[in-house]
Design a protein around this ligand. Structure first.
Ligand code: IPD
Ligand code: CA
Ligand code: CA
Length: 376
């Protein structure tokens, strides 16, 4: 793709609704970004919600006893949308896939070139490619659905907060890997309908220097998960000892980070191993693909998770918070698994998570755009 991407902070968003059709970006429009409208104090440049919504601790032993009597498929509620409103799923997924692939073209164009790196935190990187990929994705979304709400990692909230649709965009998940040319990074696009994932696409970069390639994961609520067009399924492994697991560690080295270091140690001792690849969307797609059994992480953001969680659920897996509670993309912990193993993993993961909650660690929803309506 030899085009140069021109974008500025002055983008004028169309307020009219466009027919849901797929179109590639023209790369020369300019946008007006609506400022962030979250409640609460600020975190990494994003306002943070107040910590008063922490979920109350549950009595886990009672819950465990009740849960163990149910087949694993019915123990945990589904997280996918049950409706997509007036827009048919096949139209939604077409635009989602086009958007993710358009971002991936930008990343592919840059993957063998020197990076221009700036820092969001001591070790939290951002490159020009993250921003250019997001601009290209926004072009596609805006051309097709000019009245939808968008939450992009780099640009924040844009659009109509009264829309039922929220696009969660990670234009480059695994930026550190990308900056080093180390495999495991992706473009991740998920769209929510009233807060629940409806359609998702993740373009994963596979290979390495001199051999980069991509594979595309996609899923729709109730319609299954696919990799390069082929249906995929989570694994059937039912013991921790025969499992290969994955986790991740965010940039903030707080109590949750330390708790997860302990979980890393514990599961390394009792499983076939715990991997730490560094791209949440990719990690979740690997669970959906059945090549690993589970993945968990504290403090991910909606753009890290919106696509990956749907991929896992639609591949037959299970998604909850790390305390076992019902998950939504604004939660601050996630456990995705092949389903069969979920309860066994929670036996070890839930207690330290409950401990963090009882110590007052903030697990309240975050990055939920103000006025965005959800069904929960
Ligand atoms: C990060 C990656 C990483 C995870 C971090 C994320 P970014 O996203 O997904 O695996 O551990 O918590 O922030 O910054 O590369 O888009
Ligand atoms: Ca990310
Ligand atoms: Ca990112």
């Amino acid at each position: 793709m030899g085009r140069s991407l021109l974008f500025s902070a002055n983008i004028s968003l169309k307020s009219s609704c466009h027919l849901p059709r797929c179109s590639l970006p023209s790369f020369n429009r300019s946008y007006q970004c609506v400022p962030f409208s979250f409640k609460g104090n600020s975190h990494n440049g994003f306002p943070r919600l107040p910590s008063i919504h922490a979920k109350p601790a549950r009595n886990l032993s009672t819950t465990k006893a009740v849960l163990s009597e149910l087949p694993y498929q019915s123990r945990y509620p589904k997280i996918g949308a049950s409706s997509t409103g007036p827009i048919p799923l096949n139209q939604l997924i077409q635009v989602v896939e086009t958007a993710a692939k358009t971002g991936a073209e930008v990343v592919m164009e840059a993957v063998n070139k020197p990076r221009n790196i700036t820092y969001k935190g001591l070790t939290d990187l951002v490159t020009d490619t993250d921003k250019m990929s997001e601009a290209a994705i926004l072009e596609v979304v805006n051309k097709n659905f000019g009245d939808h709400l968008i939450l992009g990692e780099e640009g924040g909230v844009i659009g109509d907060s009264h829309s039922d649709y929220l696009w969660c965009i990670d234009p480059l998940d695994g930026t550190t890997n990308f900056a080093h040319g180390y495999p495991s990074f992706a473009v991740s696009v998920g769209v929510l309908f009233r807060g629940r994932p409806a359609a998702a696409a993740v373009v994963e970069f596979v290979g390495g220097p001199m051999a980069w390639n991509t594979r595309t994961f996609s899923a729709t609520a109730g319609g299954g998960a696919f990799c390069n067009g082929q249906r995929i399924h989570a694994s059937q492994t039912d013991t921790v000892e025969r499992s290969l697991l994955v986790t991740g560690f965010g940039y903030e080295h707080d109590d949750a980070w330390s708790t997860n270091i302990e979980l890393f140690k514990e599961f390394t001792d009792v499983s076939r191993g715990v991997r730490r690849l560094g791209a949440a969307a990719v990690d979740m797609c690997h669970v959906a693909l059945g090549i690993v059994e589970a993945y968990w992480e504290y403090r991910l953001k909606p753009w890290d998770m919106a696509a990956g969680v749907l991929m896992v659920e639609e591949a037959g897996g299970t998604v909850t918070c790390m305390d076992g509670n019902k998950f939504c993309v604004f939660d601050r912990s996630v456990l995705v698994s092949n389903g069969v193993l979920h309860s066994k993993l929670l036996e070890r993961i839930a207690p330290p998570t409950e401990k963090l909650i009882s110590k007052g660690f903030d697990f309240s929803p975050w990055f939920k755009p103000e006025n965005y309506h959800t069904d929960f």
